[in-house]
Design a binder for this molecule. Sequence first.
Ligand code: AMP
Ligand code: MN
Ligand code: MN
Ligand code: MN
Length: 282
Amino acid sequence: MMNRYDLHCHSTASDGVLSPTEVVTAAAESGVKVLALTDHDTTDGLDEARDAATRHNISLINGLEISVSWCSYNVHIVGLGVDPHSEPLQSGLQKIRNFRAWRAEEIGRRLQRDAGIEGAHEGAKSFSNGQSIGRGHFARYLISIGVESDYNKVFKRYLVRGKPGYVASDWAELFQAVEWVNQAGGQAVVAHPARYKMSRKKLCNLLGEFQELGGAGMEVVSGTYSKDDIFNMANLAAKFELLASAGSDFHAPGNWSDFGRLPAIPESCQPIWHDWPTMDDK
Ligand code: AMP
Ligand code: MN
Ligand code: MN
Ligand code: MN
């Protein structure tokens, strides 16, 4: 049975290719009933997504995905059910986006200096819909000029640690991300924990620290996971008393993260939505 909940996806408000309206339409057409739009470091897509969700008669959860630096890893924290008008949340996000703007210029300079690629910052900007520029936009630009053929390859060759277009980043602290989400009345969730290239010990440290800081859940099911990942993450959720979330991490149609393919969360887990009001209560 497919999962009716999809609590992680991206629109053109960050590095997704579909507008918020198109994202909601695609999700609804795939059978998703409860959708969280979780763009990187912004809540800008939510108003448009909410209107579309009303038209499609599905539930839209106000979400976002916050960039965090933790022990020199890039960790992502999803916030679910946040009040987008929360002042501490928005001022925190503004700082991250200011850093993003500087980092995008720096990525452009380094691609020029170390890979001989001119104009990458402007190029990435042309894919960013006037929003903050991320590595995904650089990836699309680099593909458009033909230096590499697909998204994963372009990341591997240019945009990951040790490659010309990678800039070590100073994102938010873990405690700040959890605090911002909690102060905005939401629930903090560790995004795709199985995807960080951490030792098990390190991952346990992260999840333990996150739970003590007031974090609520972790993604036990993700579009990016294998069956083994789901099994392992379900065990870790139990160990650290974290609720289980599920999200595709949709960025574009037609790949592994497409809507309507998420498996159910294992029976051993308590879903993060266990005490949410259902559609009928609204
Ligand atoms: P940023 O927050 O700008 O550093 O970009 C992070 C985003 O880049 C992630 O949310 C993914 O969409 C994408 N990404 C990161 N690493 C990879 C990778 N190895 N292959 C493909 N996409 C990636
Ligand atoms: Mn992304
Ligand atoms: Mn992420
Ligand atoms: Mn994501």
